[in-house]
Design a protein around this ligand. Structure first.
Ligand code: X8Z
Ligand code: ZN
Length: 624
């Protein structure tokens, strides 16, 4: 159970141990033991009210314990987290079981919605068994810490993800150096394998007790539609964007083949994962130089501009805050600046993976090991998006509605704002002197596609893997094989060296040991373009979407805020409608945004054989 990333708060704070009885629905005193009276609507309402009060009471302590651990990863803070998470899980399970008892009671809309949140509140539930709950909490805390420390079983053999990532990102390191960095980071995860397997067992037991087929079904149940329909919906949206992804993959592979040769990059196969500039090959912005369209006007090098203007890490955050202020959001509280972690401390282990925190008391923070580059400039906006969302719903909503419309919305807000970090915006804030001519558009679109389009299949497959693990389709002796099959199938990316079941490569991605569901990022990558298109329309910006910036537009900010304030009080389809007029997720916005690039990519690919099937005759996509 993670505190960051702004899950609905029920996931984090549950009723106090002493008040556990209060989590159970009241039964009437005079009931006969043989024929218990069914619970009533007013009892359901009282149960929910009590649950909310208890959640609120416990939230801060839980959040602060997690915060301290993430900022000081030691065996002591680990055991503190294991302890509070064990207690919170117990209470969460008690609340969920309590809520379940009202399944057949007719109640008002809000009570029903809140009861459903209570039932599905935990990400990794335990069964009603003290020993297993404790075991689960210890496993979770341990995996999380191992990832943060970057250590194998031997504490003298630790790896620093930030450094290894720099090696992969640099256009100047050799393929061999990249391979070494790629392999070394994956030494952190084999030790998690058995723990992960055990965690899956216990969590599934817990999910079943709560009435879900398995933990994946529990995760898919949180989207205001049938769990099975949600999976189908994700495949539908993926189908919309796959042709765009395939064109990008084909072009990038051809350029990497030119650079590294047939020996390293098979011109008809999946791309080796260490050559795409990112530890997980999830976004490819760092290979821009290798694949960029030739143009007299190259895309603005934002990393270089930040350096030229001597931006510090804090100034990068201030600039992001300023964007939100320009939309009419209140400045962040002083405690944000004094309590956040912005840079990697040299003297201790911290969980460097960026996150945004809400302590439910006008106390918002981010925790990040900021690097002074364009990528982290965007990540800062991403994190602040979480904080502004949190503040908007905290001010308006009761405890159980202090969450986003769905978890993809939470991930999409900062990214939506960051889509406006284009040349016209950079000129407005003085980071560049002139907006490049329109001939610079293709390079800019390529840069964006390497981040946003390249990400899509990865965003989808991480949970395809976990759903398969939870429902048994990917058994424990095929964890790694299952992972690489999905990587090949969806991304057209392959392991650069042979991998076996002695490895546990999914564990080398933060969200797996951290138990953070991942489909949210796929959703966010679709939604942010839908939001951007709508906000630009509202701002009256004409012309291509990638040239639109909403900077400074208070009317647009108010529109955005109206959705943020709703929290999770209404189904996400309604929140989407408030913002866009449509209730459906729709990839046509991302397709529109990249339309000029798609045309260009298809011209480049005209003589190439695309797709990555092993059959040499594959002219078109045969990947799936
Ligand atoms: O984990 C994150 C954020 C924190 S919610 C930095 N992201 C995913 C990742 O890094 O894998 C943002 C995009 C995808
Ligand atoms: Zn996020």
């Amino acid at each position: 159970m993670k505190i960051s990333h702004s899950f609905r708060k029920v996931a984090l704070s549950l009723c106090v141990a002493g008040a556990l009885a209060a989590c159970q629905p009241q039964t009437e005193k005079e009931q006969k033991p043989t024929q218990p009276k069914p619970p009533t609507a007013s009892e359901a309402k009282a149960f929910v009210a009590e649950a909310e009060a208890l959640l609120e009471e416990n939230y801060e302590h839980l959040a602060k314990t997690y915060w301290v651990q993430a900022n000081f990863v030691t065996s002591d803070t680990n055991s503190l987290v294991a302890k509070v998470s064990e207690e919170a899980t117990k209470r969460g399970v008690a609340l969920a079981m309590g809520a379940k008892k009202f399944n057949d009671v007719e109640v008002d809309y809000d009570t029903r919605r809140k009861l459903e949140f209570l039932k599905a509140g935990l990400t990794i539930p335990a069964p009603e068994d003290d020993a297993k709950t404790k075991e689960l909490a210890e496993i979770s805390a341990g995996m999380d810490a191992a990832y943060a420390k970057g250590c194998t079983e031997n504490p003298n053999e630790c790896y620093v993800l930030g450094q290894l990532s720099d090696t992969l990102a640099s256009p100047d390191t050799s393929a061999q150096q990249k391979l070494d960095a790629w392999v070394n980071w994956r030494k952190v995860s084999p030790q998690m394998r058995l723990d992960y397997q055990r965690m899956v067992e216990i969590a599934n037991e817990g999910s079943k007790e709560l009435g879900y087929a398995d933990t994946g079904a529990l995760w898919r149940s949180k989207y205001d539609m049938e769990a099975d329909d949600f999976a189908v919906e994700m495949d539908r949206v993926w189908g919309q964007v796959k042709p765009l992804y395939d064109s990008l993959q084909c072009h990038v592979r051809a350029k990497l083949n030119e650079k590294y040769g047939d020996e390293i990059v098979d011109p008809a196969g999946p791309i080796p994962a260490h050559l795409l500039g990112n530890m997980w090959a999830q976004s490819w912005g760092n290979v821009y130089q290798d694949v960029a369209p030739k143009s007299d006007v190259p895309a603005t090098d934002l990393t270089a501009r930040l350096a030229a203007k001597n931006y510090s890490e804090i100034e990068m955050v201030r600039t992001a805050e300023n964007f939100f202020s320009s939309l009419g959001f209140q400045p962040l509280p002083d405690t944000f600046w004094t309590r956040s972690l912005f840079t990697k401390p040299q003297d201790r282990d911290v969980q460097c993976h960026a996150s945004a925190w809400d302590f439910n008391k006008d106390d918002y923070r981010i925790k990040m090991c900021i690097k002074k580059n364009a990528e982290d400039f965007v990540v800062i906006h991403h994190e602040l998006g979480h904080n502004y969302y949190q503040r908007a719903y905290n001010l308006k909503q009761p405890m159980l509605y202090r969450g986003s419309a769905n978890d993809g919305f939470h991930e999409a807000i900062g990214d939506t704002v960051a889509l406006s970090i284009n040349d016209s915006y950079l000129k407005e804030i003085g980071l560049i002197d002139e907006v490049p001519a329109a001939s610079g558009d293709l390079p800019y679109l390529m840069k964006m596609a390497l981040d946003k389009v390249a990400f899509l299949p990865f965003g989808l497959l991480v949970d395809k893997w976990r759903w398969g693990v939870f429902n048994g389709e990917i058994p424990a002796d095929k964890y790694n094989q299952g992972w690489w099959e999905l990587r090949e199938k969806y991304q057209g990316v392959k392991a650069p060296v042979a991998r076996t079941e002695a490895h546990f490569d999914p564990g080398a991605k933060y969200h797996v040991p951290g138990n953070v569901p991942y489909t949210r990022y796929f959703l966010a990558h679709i939604l942010q373009f839908q939001f951007h298109r709508e906000l630009c329309k509202m701002a009256g910006v004409e012309g291509p979407l990638h040239r639109c910036s909403i900077y400074g537009n208070k009317e647009v900010g108010a529109k955005l805020n109206a959705m943020l304030e709703m929290g999770s009080s209404r189904p996400w389809q309604e929140a989407l409608q408030t913002m866009t007029g449509s209730r459906d997720m729709d990839a046509s916005a991302i397709i529109d945004y990249f339309a000029p690039l798609k045309t260009w990519l298809d011209e480049q690919n005209a003589e190439r054989s695309c797709g990555w099937s092993k059959e040499p005759s594959a002219k078109t996509d045969t990947a799936s």
